[in-house]
Every structure is written in C-alpha cells, then in structure tokens.
Write a protein that binds this ligand. Structure first.
Ligand code: 5AD
Ligand code: SF4
Length: 479
C-alpha cells in the first residue's frame, strides 16, 4: 500500500493553492492522500506569517505534534510556507522531531525531502530563485481531489515588489515574477477539460501581471502580456464560464482592465480590492502608493463598467500613528464605497518590516479592538443592506456541494450551497451536484448569505452561451 500524506494549510489562497500543488507532486511521486492526519505517514504544515497570531499557531501546533510523531514509528513531519521561508534552519533546530523545512520556492523538492526523511535525514531548503522553472508543474494527477468542484486556482504571477511598510510578504514570497502566458492558457484549457468552470487567477499583486516585462519591452522573450489581455484570452477557452482574480493592487488598474469588466461576460462582477485605510496620511505611512481619492476613482470606474459589480476589501486598523480622525476617514470611505464585505485586521508588527520600527504613535490594544468592532458593525450593516437589495433578482450559482443544513439535517429536503457571480454564498433547495450551474431567484437575505429558489431554465438545457470543453470536443470531432 502506498504511504499516505496529509497537508494542513493556514493562510491565504496562495497557500491553499500551494498545498494543492504539493498534493499533486506527492501523488505523482507515488504517495496517496489521507483524509486526516490520523492515518498518515507524512504530515506537512503549510504555514502563514502575515500576522503574529498565524505564526504562533505553527509553534503551538509543532509542540503538540511531538506526540503524533512518537505514536507510530516511521512518521515524517515537514513544514513549508511563509514561516518556513523566514525561519528556515532555526525551526529545525528548535523542534527535534521535525524532519524537513521547505521555503516558498521549493515545493518541487518536497517528494525528495520526504523520502530522505524516512532515511533519517533532516534538512531545510529555503533558497530563492528568479527562474520560471517553478511554474513548470505536472498536470493534475488522476487521483487529485479538488476541494472545490468546478473551480480552480490558477497562478499567473508570484512574489511582490511593493514593500508596503507593514507587510512580510515580499520577504517570504520573494521578487515579483510573471508566468509565461502559454503555460497559463494550457493549464486553463486542461482544467476546463476536467470540468472546471471557474478560474481564480492568483498573484500577490495579480493585476501587475507582465508589467516588468512590458516596461522593459521584454514580453517577446518572456511570453507575457498585459493582465487585461490575458483575461480576454482565458475567457475564450471553451468551458470557462467565470473568471475571478485575487488580489489586485489599486496601483495597477488601468483602462484596459476596466474595459474588460464591461466587455468580457466571463469576468465576474466582483473585485476584491484591498484598501487598508481611508486616510491619506496612513496610506502614505503604509507605503501603499495611492490616495483615497485615486482608490475611489478606480472603484467607481469598475462599478460603472459593470452594473451590479460588488467590491470587497481588506482593512487594517490600529496602524502606528492612526488617530481617531484617520479611523473615521476609513469608516467614511468604507460607507461611501458601500463594500459588500471585508476582511478586517488589527495591525500586527512583523519583524524586519519598516512599520515594525515605528515607535511613535502606537495604538493601544483596547483602542485598536474598539476600532475593529466599530468597523465590523458598519460592515455588517453594509452586507445586510447589499443582500436585501438582491431579493427578487434571478442569478446563477456554481454549486459547491450540500449546504450545512443538508449535512446536519439529512431528514430535511436536499439543499445546496453555491456562489453567485458576485461570490456571495447562496443556499437553495436543490440536489444538483458540486460543479454544476443552477438558476435561482433570490427570495431571502440573511446577514451572511442569500437564500435562493430554483427557477426553471428557459428553452433548451444549454442556457449558457458557451459550450463546455466536452461538448466542444464532441461538436468539433470529424463526422
Ligand atoms: N498586520 C495586519 N494586517 C496585515 N495584513 C498584511 N500584513 C499585515 C499586518 N502586518 C493584511 C492586509 C492584507 C491582508 C492579506 O492582510 O490587509 O491585504
Ligand atoms: Fe504585502 Fe503590499 Fe505586497 Fe500586498 S502589495 S503582498 S500588502 S507588500
């Protein structure tokens, strides 16, 4: 029987996707994927260091895993991701039961390192590279189990050259690098053939895709293009019905991308656009390189380009020097732009970042907590208002699977959970399988989701303008 692995993932979508890539590499190397960390021989923790809390989680987990390691002889334990990149060898030294550590540019070595661990070797590989090689990963293994049916992440660029003063990512993920377009298009086409209908294009500053190559007039050598052009090419792929991207940086919006939102129906009417603060003084201290006014102009342009477009965002409260007036400017802007949802964070100093050196004006913990709660109150109000405004609308959901109610109350009528094009969660009484598209009418709004009622599809079963990759294949086959 093949040895089994399990991967625990913390942090952002990049990490979730890295864990997918890792799982795929291990499957190709002959491993089997376990359902939990109980019955497995290899456990990998993919870590996050964006805030102190996330980093501390690794250390408490690792302590607890001493027992897991001793329970069954011949088990191996590995740590990857952002904390691994930052700490490298130091984690190996601190935790004697840890076998290997791999950095964010070293996924491809994991099968080899895991193998060596069973021969008693302990090793940390955290070297960084500017090579495009890291994008050359094998296609999905037949045994690969997608956690999200019908949806897939697709890496278009990696790393970050922005160096916002609070952020550890440029250190943990390295320099910005864009993947050649052909590799992206080929992977998208292969995913579509396996039934993927929604692509989420991934990159730390995803809409910066290709910018360095364009500036140096090197796109011919590197095979990249502008981000909007890439989106248009992806939208042409048969079977791809929805395209999303995360996370864009406000600095890299341009008219071409706004126009794509108006003209490319596959491009979803939802943009997650990190704001961080509504105060120009704080934005400058954060080195975000835009003003609240510039941010608002792009936000309004996007909403004007695509009616019904939903904006969500990230906000940090309690950045050093943030006064009550600065915070009120954030509240006012969040309200004015009517974000439908947001991830909200209390500032967490990260070692080695410029903001961690700011000793003046640090915001007391209770003040930061109070601001966080006030911001969250406002967002709850905005979310509910946005949801209520949708009641009566007909929309299409991409089914994720049975809803929580269906899982907990099998005696009740079948209910599914899905996402509409705005990425809102919609529950509806239906039994369609994960990965399918279902038409619903929104009948009720709740603070966290929408409730839909299935509506009969008009005309033929093919309600979408596009054929699936399968149908395309069949239709274009010689007769
Ligand atoms: N403290 C708090 N929040 C942070 N983020 C990034 N770094 C920090 C930090 N040091 C938030 C930002 C970013 C999101 C992914 O995490 O809002 O957009
Ligand atoms: Fe961090 Fe700023 Fe880069 Fe985003 S753009 S990953 S916040 S440095």
């Amino acid at each position: 029987m093949p040895r089994r692995f399990y991967i625990r993932t913390y942090g952002c979508q990049m990490n979730v996707h890295d864990s997918d890539k890792l799982a795929n590499l291990l499957l190709h190397a002959g491993w089997a994927q376990a359902e939990s960390d109980g019955p497995c021989e290899l456990l990998i923790i993919n870590t996050c260091s964006i805030r102190e809390k996330a980093e501390n989680k690794l250390y408490s987990d690792l302590g607890a895993l001493r027992e897991w390691k001793d329970e069954v002889p011949g088990r191996a334990l590995g740590v990857g991701g952002c904390v691994a990149q930052q700490e490298g060898d130091a984690i190996l030294r601190r935790f004697g039961h840890l076998d290997f550590v791999f950095g964010t540019h070293n996924l491809r070595w994991v099968p080899e390192m895991a193998e060596a661990a069973f021969d008693g070797m302990r090793e940390a590989r955290t070297g960084t590279t500017a090579s495009l090689e890291r994008f050359d990963l094998p296609e999905r293994h037949p045994e690969f189990r997608a956690s999200t049916p019908g949806r897939a992440f697709l890496t278009v660029m990696e790393g970050c050259d922005m160096f916002c003063s609070f952020c550890i990512v440029p250190t943990t993920r390295g320099r910005e690098i864009s993947r050649p377009a052909q590799g992206i298009l080929d992977e998208a086409a292969a995913l579509a053939k396996t039934g993927v209908r929604q692509l989420t294009l991934l990159g730390q500053t995803v809409n910066a895709y290709g910018r360095h190559d364009q500036r140096r007039a090197q796109t011919a050598e590197t095979g990249t293009m502008g981000f909007a052009a890439l989106v248009r090419r992806l939208a042409e792929i048969p079977g791809i019905e929805r395209i999303r991207y995360t996370s864009p940086h406000p600095l890299f919006f341009d008219e071409a991308l706004v126009r794509a939102h108006a003209e490319v129906p596959e491009l979803c009417p939802h943009v997650h656009l990190p704001l961080q603060s509504g105060s120009n003084r704080i934005l400058e201290a954060m080195r975000r390189r835009y003003t609240a006014e510039e941010y608002s102009r792009w936000a309004e342009a996007l909403k004007a380009a695509r009616p019904g477009l939903v904006l969500t965002t990230d906000v940090i409260v309690g950045f050093p020097g943030e006064t009550e007036a600065d915070f009120e400017a954030t509240l006012a802007l969040v309200e004015a732009l009517a974000f439908v949802d947001a991830y909200t964070f209390k500032y967490s100093p990260r070692p080695g970042t410029p903001a961690a050196q700011l000793t003046e004006g640090s915001v007391p913990a209770d003040v930061a907590q109070d601001r966080l709660e006030r911001l969250q109150d406002l967002l709850r109000r905005l979310t509910l208002a946005a949801h209520r405004a949708r009641v009566g609308e007909t929309t299409e959901i991409l089914v994720e699977g049975p809803s929580r109610r269906a899982r907990e109350r099998p005696d009740q009528p079948a209910q599914i959970r899905g996402r509409d094009p705005q990425h809102r969660v919609v529950n509806a009484e239906h039994s369609a399988p994960g990965g399918s598209l279902v038409q619903v009418e929104i009948v009720e709004a709740t603070p966290h989701s929408l409730i839909g009622r299935p509506v009969p599809e008009e005309g033929a079963t093919l309600t979408r303008g596009k054929r699936t990759a399968d149908e395309e294949g069949r239709l274009s086959a010689p007769s």
